[in-house]
Ligand binder design. Structure first.
Ligand code: 1VU
Length: 285
């Protein structure tokens, strides 16, 4: 079986407290190909879609959405026999602005609150990365902070020509708290990762393609996603899953230990003076 062990795990108490931080308007939904009305379903018969929305916050993740991401992964694990791929996409032409700062400021600004968020999201994104499925983040609009980290949990990134990615954590007085630093180093190497994390600049699609962060850039993001994923969907799901497991096994042996260290450093910084000042700078309506 593909079941993996991870060093950073969410606790039942983290999940229940985060689940209460949100509304019906912010959500993560899973669309399975068998029951889906999403437009790509007929072209990609073995592809699940994780779709997230928080319209008033550029799809930033509330606590509820963090818990619902785990729910979506649970449901994917129950449907594996028919799946080869999973796509992550934000609603309304945006990817994700990271953690919902309104929620973070009100409920998660303590060290323990930050640690709970980091456990839940590092665990969720490790689970996503560890699925025996080819995973793709479809990026439109902006992927910022935790949203940029979210993109690194996927095997591939398909970026709209106008999309931007920014690892702004240093401006927030922290390091990535969703496991994104280790994944970024894996993806683009030590030097590019340090530049992206330390300079906190917005990276456009052209640059992302140049440094190997993006795999495809296109104006028509849906057509590009179908074209990219079609060959994976034409193989038997169990064969694709075997391939993904073999590749992940070769790549992820020591990776989990890196995630544990990153989580530890994030905990040192979240809730500290620079982080509290950054949270306070965010205007509250
Ligand atoms: C793991 C730790 C973390 O992730 S900490 C969070 C780090 N994230 C950020 O700092 C992202 C801050 N947001 C931005 O930079 C911009 O909003 C981005 C995403 C680039 C979008 O820009 P733009 O398209 O011009 O929209 P905008 O700035 O006018 O925002 C629209 C409304 O959305 C809100 N919003 C945005 N991001 C968040 C967020 N992370 N949490 C809560 N609310 C957020 C803005 O405040 C704005 O709200 P309003 O319409 O003015 O009421």
């Amino acid at each position: 079986m593909f079941l993996r062990r991870f060093s950073v795990l969410s606790r039942p108490s983290d999940m229940s407290s985060l689940r209460s931080l949100g509304t019906v308007h912010d959500y993560v939904h899973l669309h399975l190909p068998s029951s889906s009305s999403f437009s790509w379903a007929s072209s990609l018969p073995h592809t699940a879609l994780i779709h997230f929305r928080n319209a008033s916050a550029r799809n930033a993740f509330s606590g509820k959405m963090m818990a619902e991401l785990h729910d979506a992964i649970d449901a994917i694990e129950c449907s594996l026999p028919s799946l080869s791929c999973v796509v992550l996409r934000g609603a309304d032409g945006h990817f994700c602005a990271g953690a919902d700062i309104r929620v973070a400021k009100t409920h998660l600004s303590s060290q323990e609150g930050g640690a709970a968020m980091s456990r839940v999201m590092t665990h969720a994104l490790s689970r996503l990365r560890g699925l025996p499925l080819v995973s793709v983040a479809v990026l439109e609009g902006a992927a910022v902070g935790g949203g940029a980290e979210l993109t690194t949990s996927c095997d591939f990134r398909i970026m709209k020509t106008s999309a931007k990615v920014a690892f702004v954590h240093a401006n927030m007085g922290v390091v990535p708290g969703w496991g994104g630093a280790a994944r970024l180093v894996k993806l683009v190497g030590r030097q590019q990762a340090l530049k992206l994390l330390g300079r906190t600049e917005k990276m456009d699609a052209k640059k992302a393609l140049e440094i190997g962060f993006a795999d495809v850039i296109a104006d028509d993001i849906e057509a590009a996603t179908i074209e990219f994923l079609k060959p994976f969907n034409e193989k038997e799901p169990h064969v694709m899953q075997g391939l993904k497991r073999a590749v992940a096994n070769a790549d992820d042996i020591v990776f989990d230990q890196m995630q544990a260290k990153e989580h530890e450093i994030f905990q040192e910084l979240w809730g500290g003076p620079a982080n509290i000042a950054a949270l306070d700078r965010h205007r509250t309506k």
